[in-house]
Design a protein around this ligand. Sequence first.
Ligand code: ADP
Length: 234
Amino acid sequence: MIEFRSVTYAFDDVPVLEDVSLTIGDGEFVVLAGANGSGKTTLLRHCNGLVTPDSGTVLVDGTPVTEDLVAARSSVGMVFQHPRDQFVAATVGADVAFGPENLGLERAEIDRRVADALEAVNMAGREDERIDHLSGGEQSRVAIAGALAMAPTHLVLDEPFTGLDDPARRSVLSRLEALSEDGTGILLATHDLRDVLDLADRVVAMRDGAVAIDDSPDRALEALSDFEVRVPER
Ligand code: ADP
């Protein structure tokens, strides 16, 4: 479980998060919506200690992130908005394998995880390709595969669909759905709610650094018309 308790954060004295309380249970699929600048990225970066609260606490499985960064970073997989910042190797396979290698897994298990994660993002068999030769959408998919290959307890994704075409987006979404059914907690920030609301257990919408909506997808959808998000046509 990831838990935000009354988290407040300011950047240069400008409030970015104001008294945010939020829980993502094990196996729960939570969509984080909100306009640009509403605080989504800053909130997500608290989940593994990249940003620390000015006041309040973020707990991962009951332990404050600030008390045990190593534990938080091994159980929370993060997919950032700009995948370029996330790569550690030159080729697709080496990059996706990096995390599992650091877990000390056996080679066969690492190879299996890499193949499986690449398949989930429609990149099967492309281990040997150079990352800097890929399109932006392909790079996003490699970044997602890197997080999937770690098999984290919680997965936090910041606008992971940028540059993805519809089939790739749906493929990633169906993998996220399967992971959440298997018990992985998912926190997905996106301004594009097409195909997403049917999978989500809850929708949290931010406005000006505060949680404005925390509700079931159906009820949230009505209130979301006031937000700058792309909602499904019904
Ligand atoms: P979102 O992800 O919803 O677009 P962000 O968390 O990126 O929102 O930003 C929330 C607010 O915090 C914005 O007003 C943004 O300008 C400010 N902010 C966050 N991080 C920084 C930073 N490193 N430098 C300057 N402003 C920042």
